[in-house]
Design a protein around this ligand. Structure first.
Ligand SMILES: [Mg+2]
Ligand SMILES: [Zn+2]
Length: 237
């Protein structure tokens, strides 16, 4: 399927992380060992899954990019303009240490509009990964839609395709997951996925506050920024 593009960012340990392996992977021993190492707590259902030889699904925190983890710049195309928001890297690092997968899902319509090439996006993501790594933080996956909004592609948020694809590939329990973004289009997929939604007031978040009431069937929590979103999540666990 060529109408979407995603890129898993290489990082030091993902190859060996068992939850990324296909379901019914024969090496259950490494699977079990990995989960004990990687997961702070396993609930009863999790142990049942292990006993059944199934892959344990992990909850994810799905993050929007611009205005959520980095400063909003209209059609960001220059890595030099990429700036992490205060506390973003530290928050992601803490999630990495807990049981969460952290997955970036971003619409980059600037590519489809011809404003910048995919190589520019790759350069920005290299810088982003380097800045995150300085604080001991990493993204477990990056999924992006590069299409023009008029193309009617399957992957542009608020469509759910990228979330569902990452869930299959990374072994994510969507119903225990969170979507965090500065626009309601980042959060609307939560309704279909059965996930929870947090609007951050950074980026365009402040402007979006008034529209929250128009969404039916989805409870949206509001956080000042990513560290505040982490506090909300911790309270709900
Ligand atoms: Mg955004
Ligand atoms: Zn798309």
């Amino acid at each position: 399927m060529e109408n979407f593009r995603f890129a898993l960012q290489p990082n030091s340990d993902w190859q060996s992380e068992p939850v990324r392996q296909p379901r019914r992977h024969p090496n259950h021993l490494s699977l079990i060992r990995g989960i004990i190492v990687n997961s702070g707590s396993i609930d009863v259902q999790g142990w049942k899954q292990l006993m059944d030889g199934q892959v344990l699904l992990r909850p994810a925190i799905f993050l929007d990019r611009d205005g959520t983890i980095n400063k909003e710049v209209n059609y960001l195309r220059d890595p030099g303009q990429f700036e992490l928001l205060p506390g973003a890297a530290e928050t992601i690092a803490r999630w990495n240490e807990q049981h969460w997968l952290v997955v970036l899902v971003t619409n980059q319509a600037g590519v489809g509009r011809g404003y910048f090439p995919m190589t520019a996006v790759d350069a920005i993501h290299s810088k982003m990964n380097a800045l995150l790594a300085e604080k001991g933080a990493r993204l477990d996956g990056i999924y992006l839609c590069p299409h023009h909004p008029d193309e009617g592609c399957a992957c542009r948020k608020p469509k759910t395709f990228l979330f569902e694809t990452s869930a299959k590939e990374l072994g994510i329990d969507l119903k225990k997951s969170y979507l965090i973004g500065d626009k309601l289009t980042d959060l609307l997929p939560a309704r279909h996925l059965g996930a929870r939604a947090i609007l951050v007031r950074t980026g365009y978040g402040e402007e979006q506050l008034g529209a929250i009431g128009q969404i039916n069937g989805l409870t949206v929590s509001v956080a000042f920024d990513l560290p505040d979103a982490a506090r909300i999540i911790e309270k709900e666990q």
